[in-house]
Design a protein around this ligand. Structure first.
Ligand SMILES: *Cc1c(COP(=O)(O)O)cnc(C)c1O
Length: 434
């Protein structure tokens, strides 16, 4: 498969797209054409791994990684991604696609794991100098990237986070790894961390010494594998009921939502797709007005969705057209504010006896408010993270503690180690030196 930039003609292979992240013209890579799968293509493919292999194979045509696809799939999808029906237990006729059973309990584990599996196999120069992956992650990307690259040969990850500005549990997920993962707390803000990373990438002295790469969300390698769980969930639903499944997707940078759209465009049995933003309304406003107006992000309870300029909207428009064309494709976008998030978590803790994370709660809120026509369709709410990751928000709302899943418990039991540095490039340089 070939990939083109959203901004210019010409195309590259998968390997180049993965290694470069952003296209040289500043655009984002997208497939030049999408594969079409008849349902028969998945005959005999029953579990997540089998379906992943069938779905991903066309994307790897012409890639040096093609023969490694089974291993890449096994390393990426090493945890369950269940589609649960709430109907039997609760009488509430909705399904939940649980994306939070990976090592850091959020769906970012899928994209980070896939990217790590691919990049470490593509990196010829590994023997000479390690690849240094520099990240100043927002939301829960950092832990997922650290986990995915932990103990991989020829790669080192340096994670910067703003001191005192992430929750203790989040901080632990960035600082518990050791080995080839180095964490530093910056005496500054999240923006300072981002600025330092950008400065290091363009610093001539540091660039001579280190081979830098990033694992940020614009890399096509984060997007492609996310379509796999939509393929698997929709197939399993279709096989059981003969009906296409609709998805309601909590949205920030729109990577997860776009992955659902891609799976549907490739022929998977998916009906409506609803993007749900928090109070950062760029996507719903674009759907309402047809005008794209990026803006600064505002802080909400669903912090991993605090994105004011969602980069994957550029991919969506490039692939499928502008607003009117998007609306014709059964796409829609909603916004849910913090009061509604709180109310939803509180109400469902009683109704279902489980807690949503603040992000997943936005999607359930939208399902609760669907009109009768849309509620009559089988719908799946996409649960993007485990509530135990956001215990400082969730526990006061529900008035009790949230049980911590085993994977997270194991991480929290590890010792934590990090340097504390001032917000300056020199300080980052000495962390890099080790
Ligand atoms: C990243 C994230 C989101 C938003 O996903 P996008 O792909 O950026 O739209 C939603 N929920 C959680 C828990 C996340 O970590």
């Amino acid at each position: 498969m070939r990939f083109e930039s959203t901004r210019k003609e010409g195309s590259v292979d998968l390997d180049t797209a993965l290694l470069s992240g952003l296209a040289p013209d500043g655009g984002l890579y997208v497939p030049t054409s999408l594969p079409q799968y008849p349902l028969s293509a998945f005959e005999g493919a029953d579990d997540l791994l089998d379906i992943a292999e069938v779905y991903l194979q066309p994307f790897f045509e012409g890639s040096r990684l093609a023969t490694s696809l089974p291993e890449i799939v096994a390393e990426t999808f090493h945890f369950p991604i269940p589609l649960l029906s709430l109907a039997n237990e609760t009488g509430c006729p909705v399904s939940v696609l649980e994306l939070f059973h990976g090592p850091t309990a959020a769906f970012k584990d899928v994209g980070a794991g896939f990217l790590a599996a691919c990049l470490t196999r593509l990196d010829d120069a590994a023997a000479d100098r390690p690849l240094t992956i520099l990240v100043a992650p927002s939301g829960d990307t950092g832990g997922a990237v650290a986990s995915a690259f932990h103990r991989r040969d020829g790669v080192r990850v340096v994670v910067l986070f703003p001191k005192g500005k992430v929750s203790p549990r989040q901080q632990h997920q960035l600082t518990c790894w050791g080995d080839n993962i180095v964490a530093a707390a910056v005496e500054g803000t999240f923006d300072d961390c981002q600025r330092m990373v950008k400065a290091a990438f363009v610093d001539p002295v540091l660039r001579r010494e280190y081979r830098f790469s990033s694992a940020n969300s614009i890399n096509i390698g984060r997007l492609i594998p996310q379509s796999v769980y939509y393929a698997a969930a929709s197939l399993s639903h279709f096989r059981q009921t003969g009906k296409a499944l609709s998805f309601i997707v909590p949205t920030g940078n729109l990577g997860n939502g776009l992955a659902a759209v891609l799976a549907r465009a490739c022929g998977l049995p998916i009906d409506d797709i609803t993007f749900v933003s928090n109070a950062n309304r760029t996507v719903p406003d674009y759907f309402a007005s047809g005008e794209y107006q990026p803006r600064d992000s505002i802080e909400t309870l669903a912090s991993a969705m605090d994105v004011g300029a969602p980069s994957n909207l550029e991919r969506l428009r490039h692939l499928f057209g502008e607003r009117d064309a998007l609306l014709q494709r059964s796409l829609s976008a909603e916004t849910v504010n913090d009061d509604a998030i709180r109310a939803q978590i509180a109400r469902d803790a009683e109704r279902f006896e489980f807690a949503w994370c603040p992000h997943s709660a936005t999607a359930m809120h939208v399902w609760d408010h669907l009109d009768a026509n849309h509620k009559a369709k089988p719908q799946a709410v996409v649960a993007t993270a485990h509530p135990a990751k956001f215990e400082t928000i969730v526990e006061p709302i529900i008035g009790r503690s949230v049980e911590i899943p085993g994977s997270l418990q194991r991480l929290l039991a590890l010792p934590s180690e990090f340097a504390t540095i001032p917000p300056e490039l020199d300080a980052l340089a000495s962390v890099l030196q080790g």
